[in-house]
Structures are given as structure tokens and as C-alpha cells.
Write a protein that binds this ligand. Sequence first.
Ligand code: ADP
Ligand code: MG
Length: 451
Amino acid sequence: MQEAETLWQSVLGQIQLMVSPANFATWFGGTKITEVTEEKIIISVPNTFVKEWLEQKYHKTILKIIKSLKPQVKDIEYRVEKTEVKSPKIQKEKIPETQLKILELEINGKTGLNPKYTFANFVVGSFNELAFAAAQAIVNSPGQIYNPLFVYGGVGLGKTHLLQAIGNEILRTYPKLNVRYFQVNKLVSDIINAIQNKKIEKFKDSFQNIDVLILDDIQFLAGKEKTQEEFFYIFNSLYEKNRQIVLSSDRPPKAIPSLAERLRSRFEGGMIVDISLPDYETRMAILKVKSQEKGVFLSEEILNYIASNIKTNIRELEGALNILVAYTKLQNKDIDFKTAKVLLKNLISPVPKVSNFKRVIEVVAEFYEIDEKLLLSNSRRKEIVKPRQVAMYILREDLKYSFPYIAQKFNGKDHTTVIHAWTKIGKELENNENLSEEIRQIRARLFEVQI
Ligand code: ADP
Ligand code: MG
């Protein structure tokens, strides 16, 4: 079944790039390939709900991906795995709360840490060296130098990897310390549950003996007032005891909307470091390290092709690699450049799947009937400033570019200018219908070909 597993992991790897994490966990958690015959593949799923959903919504995509890896396959069948049902009495077809099995495969139940994330396999370049240095300093003396450490950066750039590595390294160095890693969206729902069940005091107490508290994606606290209150209590009691706290976010504390002022100032009270975008050399280095890890040789030409085309997300770099690795293993031979290009065409298309920077500038300039050059300039004229802020907003909100990256593209502005633009437009959208409509129109033009 080695082949089945490799094949399915590779399919999942590609699907993960197309759907949101929540959708991925809901529909693909707990699935696996149970049988591979010459022309048919059987996929086991945890319940009929998932079965129907996959058949109706994802079948075409799954089949297409499988065919790209194993052309002889003609059909897929989804089967409900009966053994998964634990209590026969409650056989109601309810979606299990979390079907995160795949994602949690190796995760330690107590610490929440996944041992696969280490410093050793974290590639360091100028885009993340400050964050890396701060992380190392913390491992050397937890709770004593930077508290909290606040790491921010765009999607897929290594925040989770770095935070997890901090936890793993601390445990390796001081096995007695109580290290705990949490995803903040999960923590938020735990806090809400605890409040509802009147167990919040007990819940908060359970944090008291933690030595190192690692919280990933803290932006999920945005707008959740009551949760923030309870969270502040947990944070503070550990902070006052000099316990190490490490936080990550997709944006700096200033740009987290509706965050209680006292939390914001706590977050800003330690060390703030950002992870920006890896340059070409670093992207090549990452590809080399990862292909070696996976035990597959890929030519310089292929690696260069990937590194030149995928620039803003390390997870996607890895996704591309996984597709080629799966193919190589299944076919049992090295891959040539032409085949690699064909396999990667879903990921790297000549016409961008979603819009890129240039396209946003074109469309926004065209929409407001101004010159592209002016849009990118430093002009303070009112009729230019607003479109510029809209462009920045879309680049951040929809394309997920990092603030420093956007700032640099706009005539080397300071990244706080971009944060300001993004916050301002975001706020205005709440009660300015004209602006909402403008942005809706612009988005329609930008994303008409979106998947
Ligand atoms: P984020 O949490 O910022 O969205 P992740 O930490 O999940 O990003 O990183 C996405 C993927 O890229 C992971 O598989 C991770 O191991 C890998 N990755 C990110 N940064 C690096 C790096 N500097 N070196 C090696 N792998 C990296
Ligand atoms: Mg993450």
C-alpha cells in the first residue's frame, strides 16, 4: 500500500493548495486510498456525508489530479469505512467535529507540537534571519530576553514552522519544561465553550503551570471581545511569572482590527519580527533541501523553473515539489523538464490563476481612470490617494502580499503607510456603500477567471 499512500498524499498536497484549510480538514481529513487496481481507485471516507460531498463537488478535480500522476486510472469509487464508527447508537450522519486526522498525524497530544518542524530543516535567508535569530535567542534562555516574541508574515512563509521549531528545541534542551503550542482559532473555540459550560475558571487554571506558551495565528482574536478578556487574563498571569510567550500573526499587532488596547500594547511590549518574501537564491535553497529530504533528484533546470515561477509562498514551493516527487516515485524514474512543466501546469500557469501585482495596478488604474504611474507615485492628490489605498487594500486582502512587499512596490513607501491604507479602507467598507460597490466591481474584473 506504499504506492497508494504516496499517491494519495500527493493528491491531497495539490488539493490543499486549492481549498481553504477548513474545507480541507472537513472533506479530506480521514480519507485514504484503500485499493489501487489497474484502472480504478477506491477511496475510503468516514461517512456518507463526506462521500456525497466528494462525489458532487470534488470528483472531477480528484480524478484529474490522479490521472496526471497515474494516467491509466479511469475511475474512482468512494466507500464509507464502517470501522470508523465508534458508537453504533449514534450513527446519525453528522460531520465529525474535526476530521483533522491527516493534519494531526504526528502531533503530540499534550504539547501540540509536531516533531517534523525543527531548526535543522528551517532554511534561513535575509527574509527570515531576524525572526530566526530571535527564535534561537529564546531557546537559549526562555522567558528572559524577548517576551513576548511576536512573529508576523504572509501565508505559507514559515511562521508555524518557526514557532513549532522553538517549542521542539526548547523541549530538547530542557525536557522538564512544560511547553504548549496552540492554534489560536482552536483556542478561541475552547474558550467560548468553556464560558458556555461555566468552566472558564478551571480552563484558565489549566494554563497556570505552562512554562512556554506558543500561540499561532493570533489574528484570530480580532473582534472577539469576551474571548480577548479571558485571553488577557491567561496571557498576563504567565507573563508576570516570566514564562515565555511566543505569538505569530499574519500582520503586525497594529493591523489586527478590534484588538483590545491592553492586549495590543502587551504584544508590542516584547520583540516584533517579520518574515518577508524569500529571494530567488533562498527559494532554490529551499527546493534543494526539500528534494533531498524527500530523496529525489531534480535537475537544476527544473528547480530553477519552480523557483522562478513560485515566489510568494513556501508552502506552494513544497506543493510543486511534492507533485514531482510523487510522479518520480510512482514511475520509478527521474523526471525530465518537459514532463515537469506539464505536471506543474495547474500550479504554474502562464496566465495567472488569480491576479498578480501588475494586474491589480492595471485594473485599479483603469477603473478610476488614472495613470498607472501616478497610482504608484507619491502624489498626495485626493483623486490619486484613494485609488492607491484601494489597490493596497486589495493587494493585501485578496492577494495576501505582505505589507513590506506592497510598500516596496509603491515607490519604496514605509510599510506602515500600507497598513494604514488597508485598515482605513477596511473600516470604511463597513458603512460606505459606494466604496463597497467600487471594490466589488474591481474584484469582478480582477477575478473573473478565478477558480
Ligand atoms: P505559515 O505558518 O507562515 O503559513 P508554514 O510554517 O506552515 O507557514 O510553512 C509552510 C510550509 O513551508 C511548511 O511545510 C514549512 O515547513 C515550509 N517552510 C516555511 N518556511 C521554511 C523555511 N524557512 N525553511 C524550510 N521550510 C520552510
Ligand atoms: Mg501557520
